[in-house]
Design a protein around this ligand. Structure first.
Ligand code: AHR
Length: 857
């Protein structure tokens, strides 16, 4: 083992250096005794599908408008909600002495019902657009402005287009049209910035004219260079980030955006094809209007440019306000027909009715299409109409397109789907635990059940699972490193089970992180808490979770290898238990009020007044709100906890009142919370509202202790709860009556680590993937069985940092993968997996067992 120890020290030095750069204080403190990681290369298992990694997408957080769609003009058809002084449409303003009004009497066509009229006042005047939180200016850059214009009164001059800085009103690029006519006509002006133009997003786009009379505008557009220079195309920096994820499919559109808030706002794809001047746009479900400039043809462009296939989301007759049509209704007949036509638009021959329209939109070649998804999260439809709606659409699709795999979004019984789409937004410990949820069931496995957005494991009847939305909800607006590690473990668990889960995609993908601009009355660009890739008008960055997924997608391998990872547990601590307090919800709508904490001497640690301040709480697994003095989770159906207080509190009494509004269980009260992975709780009405019992969560792993007392929480009734915490002992009272008495016996705890291995046949490489989300390094003896020889220099890729570390516009690669050679590798060697890290080791085998070669073919 001489070589092994040299390898260990080389790597340890490198890891120490990387960890020091990442700001970790004690980077390579070792676990008690080495762990062992056995990988059997001679027994290859699941063949990982080529299409395992994909993207989920919808218009949320200005993902398209103000995001991937490169258009720079916000409110380009003047129909967005809100106006500036004088009725000037939002994001527009008047330049100079002219007068600006919206005009609905002179539309270009039915899809462009509003125009902007500029009454001139002699000298130069115009209209300015401030873009999506600014217009990005870069040197040596060509911009293409297009707009409809028509003159009126005595005006017959040219229109000038320019980009002007906010500070100093400097025109950094300009051009002009021919003299405009009195009929609507589309004009194109090319603008180019100079070599020395300063990079900024503090700029506006201005259309101006001088003279008497008036000029009107419609569909005003400004494009910078796009990815692969495609007209009407996509933003290059974001596309480059997406390409690194090597997606093989795009779920388009997924999410609430498919459904819309009302029927009038559903994803109506027929209004999102053809030229831009034929697309009316619609109100999106995330609080802003969608221009639909990124419509179905642009989704296909996106797929084509990334080499991905669409997973086509089909509107299924249910909208977010709960309205729906039943199967057999004329409306469901219409939506079913439209779904078949949409499939033809995407994948039909260029001479078919809808394939012809795709060809006219620039894509003569049909797109490969293997998966369609009917609806989105239809478990929100409490009317039980999904079974009928799904069945009606699925039958029609199966008859017309028998090769298509059909995805259901909620349990159905009248038609067997090919896949179910499970969704999981969870805390880091939860998602990390869920890394094994799709493992083949053993004797002790719980029965298959659907709750909280997905099934609790692999289907038993051969139906496959598509995890079409998942994410660790930690870090805002983008995830931190701790979230990235849980995400990595979860994806590794899915990959290991990709015979049952052949596809997965994180959500949401994109977030414009621009803040609110109260002076102008603009809201912030973000709606969702935790998102993969952030950007503003000028810059972009991948989150740690993005980099974890890049690492995994680029090191997928062809086949899963069986692994056994045995890690010594941490010994129990002798220290006096301490920690904060909290409340929680387990798929139950609950509220808590009058929360106070008292020390054993009667001193007040937390008063009910202090607890009323929402800012004093931290949340895990979802947001909470304070309303009418009570704190309650924002989501009705989530696993979420709220923490407050001092981590140094040891013995105390917690008092509070609790009420259940609806849901499956009862109350959760938390004590001795060190962080969201380590705490104790008392569940009153836990276990499907049957028991009161204590549980301890250590390093994300949870287990009950003490005896359970039968207890059922009544809905709508207020309960008085009291918890007396003394050292490891808990006495829990409900309405003054002792219900639970339990003493926790500290024990060795499992470490938050996870390992898988795959094999890549082309380069005969074993790919080890190891998450160590714990505070201590894990020294590991690695044994590759069934391998004759391993080349002595392997490749190591490590994502490491402080667990709360995030990337930002200003530090876009604070947490990013680092590559290094791992020397002295062999079929049996030692390696140190540093704290808070994801490590991928690529170990090239020179010759290996026949079985591996066979299965990997
Ligand atoms: O990804 C954000 C939202 O979460 C999606 O729109 C919806 O499907 C889910 O509830």
């Amino acid at each position: 083992m001489q070589g092994a120890s040299r390898s260990r020290s080389t790597w340890a030095r490198w890891v120490a250096a990387v960890a020091a750069c990442a700001g970790l204080a004690a980077p390579v403190s070792r676990a008690e005794g080495p762990a062992t990681l056995d990988v059997d290369v001679s027994k290859p298992g699941v063949a990982i599908p080529a299409g395992f990694f994909g993207l989920m997408t919808e218009e949320i957080n200005h993902s398209y408008d103000g995001g991937l769609f490169a258009e720079l003009i916000q409110n380009r058809t003047f129909q967005d909600r809100g106006a500036r002084p004088g009725g000037v449409p939002i994001h527009w303003s008047v330049v100079g002495p002219g007068k600006v009004t919206t005009d609905e009497a002179n539309p270009v066509n039915a899809a462009l019902p509003v125009s902007l009229r500029l009454d001139l006042a002699g000298g130069e005047c115009g209209v300015a657009n401030d873009g999506y939180w600014g217009i990005p200016v870069r040197p040596d850059t060509t911009y293409t402005a297009t707009f409809y214009a028509k003159g009126g009164g005595e005006f017959a001059g040219p229109v000038r287009a320019s980009i002007r800085t906010d500070e100093g009103d400097v025109s950094v690029a300009k051009g002009e049209t021919q003299p405009v006519t009195t009929a609507w006509k589309k004009y194109t002006v090319t603008l180019r910035t100079a070599h020395d133009a300063a990079t900024t997003s503090k700029a506006r786009f201005v259309l101006s004219a001088s003279g008497p009379g008036r000029v009107s505008f419609s569909l005003v557009s400004l494009f910078p260079p796009t990815y692969h220079d495609t007209p009407n195309g996509l933003r290059p920096d974001l596309m480059k980030l997406l390409a690194e994820l090597r997606p093989k499919f795009i779920r388009l559109p997924g999410g609430n955006y498919l459904e819309g808030s009302r029927f009038s706002d559903r994803f109506n794809w027929k209004q999102m094809i053809g030229p831009a001047d034929q697309r009316p746009g619609h109100m999106g479900c995330w609080g802003y209007r969608s221009s639909d400039g990124l419509g179905l043809p642009e989704y296909l462009l996106w797929c084509k440019q990334l080499g991905a296939e669409p997973v086509l989301g089909l509107f299924a007759g249910y909208v977010l306000n709960g309205d729906h049509f039943k199967s057999g209704s004329p409306e469901m007949a219409l939506y079913t027909r439209e779904a078949l036509e949409e499939i033809q638009y995407v994948s039909g021959p260029a001479d078919s009715e809808w394939g012809k329209k795709r060809a006219a939109d620039g894509f003569p070649e049909p797109f490969p299409l293997h998966y369609v998804e009917i609806g989105n999260e239809d478990w929100f439809d409490r009317s039980s109409s999904y079974d009928g709606r799904f069945t009606q659409m699925a039958r029609a699709i199966r008859e017309r397109y028998p090769h298509l795999k059909i995805i259901a979004t909620a349990p159905v019984k009248s038609f067997k789907p090919d896949l179910y789409d499970d969704h999981f937004y969870r805390s880091a410990p939860q998602l990390m635990r869920m890394a094994t949820m799709y493992d083949p069931p053993t004797g002790a496995a719980p029965p298959l059940a659907f709750a909280g957005g997905g099934w609790n494991g692999r289907q038993r009847d051969g139906t496959l699972t598509f995890v079409g939305e998942w994410a660790t909800q930690e870090g805002r607006p983008t995830p931190n490193l701790n979230a990235a590690l849980a995400d990595a473990a979860f994806v590794m668990g899915l990959e290991k089970n990709s015979d049952a889960v052949p596809m997965q995609c994180y959500a949401p993908l994109l977030v414009n992180v621009s803040p609110a601009d109260p002076a102008k009355g603009y809201p912030r660009a973000t709606q969702w808490g935790t998102n993969l890739i952030g950007y503003d008008a000028l810059r972009s960055f991948g989150s740690p979770s993005y980099y974890a997924q890049v690492m995994l997608a680029q090191n997928k391998g062809d086949v899963v290898l069986p692994t056994r990872f045995e890690v010594p547990t941490a010994p129990p601590t002798e220290e006096k238990p301490r920690g904060r307090i909290g409340v929680g919800s387990w798929h139950t709508q609950v509220e808590y009020t009058g929360i106070s904490v008292t020390a054993p001497d009667g001193g007040k640690l937390l008063t009910a007044n202090q607890a009323r301040d929402v800012k004093s709480w931290q949340f895990s697994g979802g947001d909470w709100n304070v309303r009418d003095d009570a704190i309650a989770p924002a989501a009705r159906d989530a696993e979420t906890w709220a923490f407050t207080g001092d981590p140094n509190w040891s013995d105390y009494t917690i008092r509070l009142r609790a009420r259940k509004i609806r849901g499956r269980e009862g109350f959760i009260v938390i004590w001795h919370a060190a962080d969201s992975d380590n705490y104790h709780w008392w569940k009153i009405g836990g276990w499907q509202n049957t028991l009161a019992r204590c549980e301890a969560t250590n390093g994300g792993g949870r287990g009950p202790y003490g005896t359970g007392t039968p207890f059922t929480v009544e809905t709508g009734r207020w309960y008085d709860l009291r918890l007396e915490v003394t050292g490891h002992r808990l006495r829990g009272f409900v309405d003054g009556k002792l219900v639970t008495e339990a003493t926790y016996e500290p024990r060795a705890t499992p470490r938050p680590v996870f390992a898988t291995a795959t094999y890549s046949k082309d380069d005969r490489t074993v790919i080890l993937k190891v998450v160590n989300a714990g505070k201590t390094a894990v020294e590991t003896a690695i044994n590759l069985r069934g391998v004759d020889r391993v080349e002595p220099n392997g490749n190591g890729i490590v994502l490491i940092g402080e667990p709360r570390a995030v990337n930002t516009l200003y530090e876009p690669r604070k947490v990013a993968p680092k590559q290094e050679t791992v020397t002295e590798t062999s079929a049996s060697f030692h390696h140190i997996f540093p704290p808070h890290s994801l490590t991928i080791l690529r170990l090239k085998t020179s010759a290996h067992a026949q079985q591996a070669r066979g299965a990997a073919k």
